[in-house]
Each structure stands twice: as structure tokens, then as C-alpha cells.
Design a protein around this ligand. Structure first.
Ligand SMILES: Cc1cc2nc3c(=O)[nH]c(=O)nc-3n(C[C@H](O)[C@H](O)[C@H](O)COP(=O)(O)OP(=O)(O)OC[C@H]3O[C@@H](n4cnc5c(N)ncnc54)[C@H](O)[C@@H]3O)c2cc1C
Length: 585
């Protein structure tokens, strides 16, 4: 029996669940489906630690949150989107409280906020350092209340169905049986998360392979601002596991091999004594934005001031002065992770850390209503680029972005579904059959392939880090573009050993690799074409920001050859471009 719905959502993470609830609330008669390659509570949102930003305190204002977000983005964010986002943020977080999210409190019962990188006023709400877990839980349990929301858990989406210039469903593999089936819908929302796994060293879970971005790219929708990849300054060496910015928000400091707080040398403010009661409320240097802190690490490394280790150089994140009680109350997970994955107890020893790929500012090009250029197709969350994050996202804005724009996507996709008639299932079924044949032919019945998944993936990871890492320049970027093209070619010669139907994860890993090669290509080509330095995109051969030529979003379109890069003006409303300055106010 054919699967037919009104609104179909790809992704059961924060953005997908929020979209489902919004669509269900729009009209109880709508039939809504969530398709997720993992059980929803395993989505990456669950891993978020530090918190979610929204103006709630009297010393703060909407204007200040907007300003921080825009300057954090190095002026590449669309200001109408940022304004809408910041204004909607507080009610989304209060709504989440009503749905059961246990926000941490001040002793008097008010919601507590903590300082966060690049936010010049404390506005980051948190649930200890397991914010994503509680947020996702609250959304998941709320979604269960709506009978109109159906779920396809552990179904892997491989293609968007497009007919008459309109997206009308997807093709997915039911992992348990291996059956490849179409699911039809009047509108589709991509909420499939980021793609940090194109890099070798990342905080991102193994499922973050940019599938939704690749699906849209394949269907002719542009990927926007893909060159902007965020390195988080404090990942654990070896695993890439994140030590949340909350560790610095609570007063942790970064020191080099001489025990020196090196950030004071990079125009990020002056160090305060860690025992000064105003620390870190006075925006100590460690709370600079992530792009700058990651770049400072590289400069320290060049000066020979970092500490060599088995997984490359590190610096030390020191939280010992916070004391055991505060560490256990405010950032218990940091202690747990350090003990389990670095073998040290941060109550007594500093934590070795290094920059690690964390977030993709770029994604599926959408407008402020989460609509893409393809009728009936919407995108929200980390897979989308609205854009509020521009050239560098501020920590704790993403968990709110998935709520604000997840909800908008849900409402607008619901409205679209109500305005449009049934889908043309006969034509779509033929397309779905072609997709099944493609997967069978290229992977399941193919006997003569020579290439292995791990070889191609390792080579892709390595060329991305070499050419498109924290500092970039023309030659290595060109090499990366060529290498990705070569790997795409070699991928055609891939072979897999598992030909079975039940939970064939080798097949889905191959499909994920195919997706990653697509988005890696978009990252590398967008980066080689942006001949300036802005936010997370630092070109050592073009060290200055160039507003004259590049105050524009890049749009990468797939072609049968290299991607075509076009540009689109940034929306500037009330906040004209200026220099980014940090340090004490
Ligand atoms: C370790 C870590 C800590 C973080 N901490 C914070 C923080 O403190 N504050 C903050 O603001 N941000 C934080 N972030 C960023 C933030 O958590 C993410 O950007 C955000 O949660 C993404 O949500 P999402 O709903 O867009 O995607 P995800 O939560 O990643 O969900 C993606 C969904 O898509 C589904 N999917 C993907 N591909 C397919 C496919 N082919 N077929 C079917 N389903 C598919 C998956 O199954 C999943 O359900 C953190 C990120 C990490 C990695």
C-alpha cells in the first residue's frame, strides 16, 4: 500500500520534531510523517551541551542579541532573518519549558543564564550541561501527543521525488527489511542536520553526513555559504568529543605550554584574575567567538607554544579554580567526558583540547519562511541556511534556530499542503522505481568494483582538512577541488561486501559517502571562489574582509561538472558593516 501524507519531514532531531508539532497545531486534520534514519532521540541535537540563547534578563535587550549575532557572523547574516529569530527566541524557550524542558534556575527560581562565546551579555539558558538531551526529550514527548504525527523510524531517505516542478515526496530504504519505497507528500521539509563528517576530526556524530543538503543539491536547489565551516576551539584530542563552551562560560581559561593565557595577545581583551568575582562576567578573552579562538590556536602552534600530543598539538583548558562543587553542579558532563575520554579528572588537572570541526553555517538555501526555490520543499535547522549565522555562528544560537525556523517550516509547509491537491503518484512511482534500480545496480548487484568506502572516505577527510581547514589558500584549495572530483569518479567503482536486506549499514554508509562527496565539493568550490577572509573562512592569501566584492552569499549549484557558483546580496537593514571587536565593554 502506498504511503501518502500531507506534510513529510526528513529528520527527527530538534528542527524536525519542532516542525512536526507546528504543522500538527496548524490543522489537526493534516496527516504528518517524520522519517528518520535513526530513532529520533538519537539525533545529534541530543548531544548539545552548553545551552540556548534568548533575551530574558533585564540587563539584556533584543537589540544587543541582534548586534552580537550580526557581528559574530562577520556581517554575512541576513539582518531581517536575525531580527525575526531574536524576537521569536524567548517565546520558543518558554514554550519548551511548558512542554517539560527543565531549565536550570537561580536560587530565587528565575531562569538561570550563563555567559557564552561572542555573546556580550549573558543570555544562554541551560539545563546543566545536557541541554540538547532535555530539549530533544521535551520535543519528542510533545510530538507523541499528536495522533496525526506518524513516524518512520530507521528509514534512510535516498532521493527527493520531483514532478511538475514540485517536490512531492521521497524514496527511502526501510532499514529493517531493506525495502526501498516511495513516501508521497504534498510538501516536504528537510530537517536532516549538518555534515561535519566530511572532515576527519569533528564533534559531529557519525550520522552527520549532510544527507539532506545532498538531496536538495541533487534536485537542483542551491547550497548557500558552504565555505563557512565552524571549528570549535575545545575538542578532546583523538575522539573530537566536545568540551562545551560552558566550561569557559563558567570561568575556565585557556593556557599554552608555558601556562600563559595566550588569548591576551590577540586583541580579545585583557585577562582578569580568575579569583576576581567579576570573572567571567566581564567577558574575559576566553569568551571570544569560536572562529577567532580557533585561529589563535593555529597562531600559537606556529609560534611553537602548543603542547605536542599523540593526536597532534593541544593547549590546556583549565577549570581547576572553579572547584569540585561548582564543576559537579554546573558542568558535570565536562568532568565525565574528560575522565572517560582523556583519562584526566579536570578537578585536579587541565584538559588537553584542540580546535575541531563543529558546525556548518552553510546549507540548503531558504528564505525567511524556510522555503527553498523548489515548490513544496522546505528546510530548517542545521541543514538549512536562512541565514542567521553568516560567516560564524555564535554558540547557543543553533538550538534556538532549530526551534524558531523548525516551527516556521512546519507552519509554511502545512499551509502549502492545504493549498495544493493530491500528488501524482503514478508518475512518482516510476521515478521511485528508477531510484531502486540505481541503488541495486550501483551497490547491491555490482560485482566488478575495486574501491572501498574507507579508502575514499579517508582521502576525502584528509583533503578537506589540508585544503579547507582553519586557514586556506588558493593552491591547496584547488588541489582539494581536484581531489574531490577524482574521488567522485572513483566512487563509481565502489564495491560493498554486504548484499543483505536487513540493516545493511554498509549500503547506507556508501550512500552517506556519496552525499558527503557532493557537499565536500560545494564547500571546496565555494571556498576557492571567495577571495577574502571573513569569519570562519580565512584565506592567508587574501587576509582582509572585502565588503566591496564579497558582502554576498555564495550559492553552489550542482552541474554535471564542477559546481556553478553564483552570488546573492546579504540583506542589511539597520546594522551597517563594521569592524568586529571583542574584549571588555
Ligand atoms: C556535540 C555538540 C554540542 C552542541 N552544543 C550546542 C549547544 O550547546 N548549543 C547550541 O545552540 N548548539 C549546539 N550544537 C549544535 C546543535 O546541537 C545542532 O546544530 C542542532 O541540534 C541540529 O539540529 P537539527 O534538528 O538540525 O539536526 P539533528 O539533530 O542532527 O537531526 C537530524 C535528523 O535528520 C535525520 N536524517 C539525516 N539524514 C537522513 C536520511 N538520509 N534519511 C532519514 N533521516 C535522516 C537524522 O536521523 C536526525 O533525526 C552542538 C552540536 C554538537 C555536535
Amino acid at each position: 500500500m502506498a504511503h501518502v501524507h500531507d506534510v513529510l519531514i526528513v529528520g527527527g532531531g530538534g528542527a524536525g520534531l519542532r516542525a512536526a508539532i507546528a504543522a500538527a497545531e496548524t490543522d489537526p486534520k493534516l496527516d504528518i510523517a517524520i522519517v528518520s534514519k535513526v530513532y529520533p532521540m538519537r539525533s545529534h541535537t541530543v548531544a548539545a551541551e552548553g545551552g540556548a540563547a534568548a533575551v530574558i534578563k533585564e540587563n539584556d535587550s533584543i537589540e544587543e542579541h541582534i548586534k552580537d549575532t550580526i557581528s559574530g557572523a562577520d556581517w554575512l547574516a541576513d539582518q531581517d532573518a536575525v531580527e525575526l529569530f531574536v524576537k521569536a527566541a524567548p517565546s520558543e524557550l518558554i514554550q519548551l519549558e511548558h512542554w517539560g524542558c527543565p531549565w536550570s534556575r537561580e536560587p530565587d527560581g528565575h531562569v538561570a543564564v550563563r555567559p557564552f562565546g561572542g555573546m556580550r551579555i549573558e543570555r544562554t539558558w541551560f539545563a546543566a550541561d545536557k541541554t540538547g538531551f532535555h530539549l530533544l526529550h521535551a520535543l519528542f514527548q510533545t510530538s507523541l501527543k499528536y495522533e496525526s504525527v506518524k513516524r518512520y523510524d530507521e528509514w534512510f531517505v535516498t532521493k527527493l521525488l520531483v514532478e511538475d516542478g514540485r517536490c512531492q515526496g521521497i524514496v527511502a530504504i526501510e532499514m529493517q527489511t531493506g525495502l526501498m519505497q516511495p513516501i508521497f507528500a504534498k510538501s516536504v521539509i528537510l530537517a536532516s542536520g549538518g555534515g561535519g563528517r566530511i572532515f576527519p576530526f569533528t564533534t559531529n556524530g557519525a550520522i552527520k553526513t549532510g544527507d539532506g543538503m545532498a538531496l536538495a543539491y541533487q534536485a537542483g536547489v542551491a547550497l548557500k555559504d558552504m565555505e563557512f565551516v565552524q571549528y570549535h576551539p575545545t575538542g578532546l584530542p583523538g575522539t573530537g568529543i566536545l568540551i562545551t563552551e560552558a566550561a569557559r562560560g563558567e570561568g575556565g581559561i585557556l593556557v599554552n605550554k608555558n601556562g600563559y593565557r595566550y588569548l591576551q595577545d590577540y586583541a580579545l581583551g585583557k585577562p582578569l584574575d580568575v579569583n576576581d568575582p567579576r570573572h567571567p562576567q566581564l567577558r574575559t578573552m576566553e569568551l571570544g567567538p569560536r572562529d577567532k579562538l580557533s585561529q589563535c590556536f593555529m597562531k600559537e602552534r606556529d609560534k611553537g607554544n602548543t603542547i605536542p600530543g599523540p593526536y597532534g598539538d593541544v593547549v590546556h583548558l583549565d577549570i581547576r579554580h572553579l572547584g569540585e562543587k561548582k564543576i559537579d553542579k554546573k558542568i558535570p558532563f565536562v568532568r565525565e567526558l574528560s575522565k572517560n575520554y582523556a583519562g584526566i579528572d579536570p578537578v585536579y588537572e587541565p584538559i588537553p583540547v584542540r580546535p575541531v570541526v563543529h558546525y556548518m553555517m552553510g546549507g540548503v538555501h531558504t528564505d525567511i519562511d524556510a522555503a527553498t526555490s523548489l515548490a513544496g520543499l522546505y528546510a530548517a535547522g542545521e541543514c538549512a541556511c536562512v541565514s542567521i549565522n553568516g560567516a560564524n555562528r555564535l554558540g547557543s544560537n543553533s538550538l534556538v534556530e532549530i526551534l524558531v525556523f523548525g516551527a516556521r517550516a512546519g507552519r509554511h509547509a502545512a499551509a502549502f499542503a492545504k493549498e495544493h491537491g493530491q500528488v501524482n503518484t503514478t508518475a512518482l512511482a516510476a521515478q521511485a522505481k528508477d531510484e531502486q534500480d540505481r541503488i541495486r545496480k550501483n551497490f547491491l548487484t555490482k560485482m566488478d568494483g575495486k574501491e572501498r568506502i574507507s579508502t575514499i572516505r579517508t582521502e576525502m577527510n584528509s583533503t578537506m582538512e589540508t585544503g579547507a581547514g582553519i586557514y586556506r589558500q588558493e593552491g591547496p584549495l584547488q588541489d582539494t577541488c581536484k581531489k574531490i572530483a577524482e574521488l567522485k569518479d572513483r566512487f563509481k567503482n565502489l564495491t560493498i561486501d554486504d548484499r543483505s536486506n536487513c540493516f545493511n549499514t554498509e549500503l547506507t554508509t556508501a550512500l552517506e559517502l556519496e552525499n558527503m562527496l557532493g557537499i565536500a565539493e560545494a564547500v571546496a568550490h565555494s571556498a576557492v571562489n571567495r577571495k577574502e577572509s571573513r569569519g570562519s573562512h580565512q584565506r592567508s592569501d587574501y587576509p582582509k574582509r572585502d565588503d566591496e566584492k564579497f558582502l554576498t552569499h555564495s550559492l553552489a549549484y550542482r552541474t554535471s561538472d564542477a559546481p556553478r557558483i553564483e552570488y546573492k546580496d546579504v540583506v542589511i537593514t539597520n546594522w551597517p558593516p563594521a569592524e568586529r571587536t571583542y574584549g571588555e565593554k
